[in-house]
Design a protein around this ligand. Structure first.
Ligand SMILES: NC(=O)OP(=O)(O)O
Length: 313
């Protein structure tokens, strides 16, 4: 029997290479991703899956806006919950297909993530969601109170992304896993909620970063390994420069130093590196950042950026 592995699936596992998220694109990408996940399950690992939702939640929000004249718009936390249901369903179908003819037990847990109402992130939206637009359209939507930022590929809406403090439904995920299910949990970073003075939970308008939520989930479910699947085989030092080099095995101390030096872009590799560091610093056996097609081999020791706790000797 192998370890208990949490796999965090990035956008390329759920959308086309250009980031478009049509139903066909999502079926194809998830179907491909689950072939790799099935390899880990067949190798005897207990697998839990979490996933992003940036393109999907942005699309739902846009539909809200376009239909506001006929239907009451729903809050952003509801949109996140919808993406957990849709993407969870696609993952369950695709994983069962990938494991056939072996029997598969797969379940998705609608998962809430506790955040702090006073998190300064609510005043500084940085999380990109949805599709890329031309500047003119972004500027027009800004006049309606939205925040947009320019990225390499165009303009994208950004929303608040508070720190995940606790995965509130981690115990349900563990119970299902111990009953033999492959569990999908904390999709899209989890549905963000805050606790009121009376102890009651309420949703808030935000999208939690799925990699940072994955680090919290991994600790909550006692995962031995965290695999962060993305679209590049390794994190890179000096990305975009002549001296760029891929990072292979690295200690938390060395990677933390590179992180402080600003080698990893916010909103892309930055949160993945931070999540890997948090997991390994808090006692996880190893965190691996690698491309989707390599996740089946990610535990063999020669693939991706492998973060292990410790300092260089
Ligand atoms: N919630 C989230 O971080 O999703 P993406 O990884 O798709 O941006």
């Amino acid at each position: 029997m192998g370890g208990r592995i949490l796999i965090a699936l990035g956008g390329n596992a759920m959308t086309a290479p250009d980031g478009s998220a049509s139903p066909g694109d999502q079926h194809r990408a998830i179907g491909q991703a689950m072939i790799h996940v099935a390899g880990l399950i067949r190798a005897g690992h207990q697998v839990m899956i979490t996933h992003g939702n940036g393109p999907q939640v942005g699309n739902i929000l846009l539909k809200n806006q376009l239909t506001a004249h006929v239907l009451p718009p729903v809050p952003l936390d509801w949109c996140v919950a919808q993406t957990q249901g849709t993407i969870g369903t696609l993952i369950m179908n695709a994983l069962e297909r990938a494991l056939a003819p072996d029997p598969a037990r797969v379940a998705t847990v609608v998962t809430r993530t506790l955040v702090d109402r006073d998190d300064p992130a609510f005043l500084d939206p940085v999380k990109p969601i949805g599709q890329y637009f031309e500047e003119a359209e972004a500027r027009r939507l800004e006049t309606q109170g939205q925040t947009w930022r320019r990225f390499e590929r165009g303009w994208r809406r950004v929303v608040a992304s508070p720190e995940p403090l606790e995965i509130l439904d981690g115990s349900a995920a563990i119970a299902l896993m111990e009953a033999g299910y492959t569990v999908v949990a904390a999709g899209g970073g989890g549905v963000p909620v805050v606790r009121g003075a009376d102890g009651a939970l309420n949703g808030v308008e935000a999208v939690v970063d799925k990699d940072l939520a994955a680090a919290v989930l991994a600790a909550a479910v006692y995962a031995t390994d965290l695999i962060i699947a993305t679209d590049v085989p390794n994190a890179v030092v000096g990305y975009g420069t002549a001296s760029a080099r891929p990072i292979e095995e690295i200690t938390t101390a060395s990677l933390r130093e590179l992180y402080r030096e600003g080698h990893f872009a916010g909103g892309s590799m930055g949160p993945k590196v931070e999540a890997a560091l948090r997991f390994a610093e808090n006692g996880g056996r190893q965190a691996v950042i690698t491309s989707l097609e390599h996740i089946g081999d990610a535990l063999s020791g020669n693939i991706g950026t492998r973060v292990i706790r410790g300092v260089e000797r």
